[in-house]
Design a protein around this ligand. Structure first.
Ligand SMILES: NC(=O)c1c(N)nc(OC2CCCC2)nc1O[C@@H]1CCC[C@@H]1O
Length: 330
């Protein structure tokens, strides 16, 4: 049985490694060298090998899980994962805005504008601050349990910082960065294998791999974009505060999110990213506009599976050839 000093050292190493993992993979701002990080990880691995009774599932040494799964177990989402209605031009965005204002008796309200990441929506469940279950969106009600694969994504925290509630669900979009997609296709071309059509397909395929080692070998990332349900965390007045709070817990929140107070500001944000979208290291297919205050979200409610309080303002479609040339495939 390990003596107290070993148990203390293991707890200290885990705290340090989760912190440095957060600095490197979530903040992209490491404070120690890769070498020093690896030394800490190796020290923990050595102790865990000598004292297997100390190993815990949330240990930073266990990001790349066990054996390949036979298939995926289904998971029912505690709160339905909603879809988004689309707007394709300023008129339909303004029509959405007017409908919302009418339903809110002409109240003023702020809106969050977020880039619509072109990836795979996932649900992350944490109990007592520890990552316990990850699932794909599926049909919105039932998804696939892909916990082992999501654990390999370094920007998904295994242990939360701050003071999380006993149960917390967070939603995010998992994606393959464009550069990783290009490199993956280069390797596949060299091996004469079939190429992936785009980062979204290769990302979706990677998350639905049966073998977590394959997922771990591809540089998948996540942007967290909402709570599972605003009701899970009483005391947060609106979505913008919820995103700030999620960031304080250790989630990776997109720095381009913007709080807007008028539909003109929303249009400015949209036009800014029509220009900037191809300079981003990940694919986006529009802007998600959300009514910010939670009380307004709940009074607006949901129609079918689409919230009245959100809309996806899509970027104009592009000629596929131009796109392939732009990301360097010709
Ligand atoms: N893809 C995204 O970046 C994104 C986002 N930034 N924010 C949301 O908010 C949800 C919450 C209520 C309805 C949509 N959804 C997103 O993606 C959705 C998930 C399922 C279908 C879309 O991909």
């Amino acid at each position: 049985m390990a003596d107290d000093s070993i148990v203390q050292r293991v707890a200290e190493l885990r705290r340090e490694l989760h912190y440095h993992n957060h600095r490197y993979y979530v903040m992209d701002d490491p404070v120690i060298s890769d070498f020093d990080y690896d030394m800490l990880l190796q020290e923990l691995r050595t102790i865990e090998e000598e004292h297997p009774e100390l190993v815990t599932p949330d240990s930073p040494t266990h990001r790349i899980g066990g054996d390949p799964a036979e298939g995926f177990v289904q998971v029912e989402h505690r709160h339905t994962m909603l879809s988004l209605g689309n707007a394709f031009d300023d008129e339909s965005l303004e029509a959405w805005y007017r409908r919302v204002r009418n339903l809110l008796d002409d109240a003023d309200f702020s809106m969050t504008c977020e880039l619509k990441i072109d990836g795979l929506a996932v649900s992350l469940v944490y109990e007592d601050g520890v990552f316990v279950q990850g699932a794909t969106r599926g049909n919105g009600f039932v998804g696939e349990n892909v916990t082992q694969n999501l654990r390999t994504i370094r920007s998904i925290p295994l242990v939360l910082q701050g003071d999380p509630p006993p149960y917390l669900e967070v939603r995010g979009e998992v994606y393959m960065p464009v550069e990783s997609f290009r490199r993956l296709n280069e390797e596949r071309a060299e091996r004469g294998e079939q190429l992936f059509a785009n980062p979204r397909n290769s990302g979706a395929g990677t998350i639905r791999q049966l073998d977590p080692k394959v997922t771990a070998s591809r540089n998948m990332q996540i942007w967290a974009y909402s709570l599972g349900d605003a009701g899970d965390v009483p005391g947060l007045p609106d979505h913008w505060e919820a995103l700030e709070w999620l960031k304080s817990l250790g989630f990776r929140i997109n720095p381009n999110n913007r709080l807007c107070y008028t539909v003109e500001e929303v249009k400015d944000y949209y036009r800014e990213f029509v220009e900037r979208r191809h300079g981003l290291p990940y694919e986006v297919d529009g802007v998600v506009v959300k009514v910010n205050p939670f009380n307004y979200q709940s009074s607006l409610g949901v129609v079918g599976r689409e919230p009245r309080w959100a809309v996806a303002y899509k970027f104009p479609a592009e000629r596929a050839v131009t796109r392939l040339l732009e990301i360097g495939i010709n």
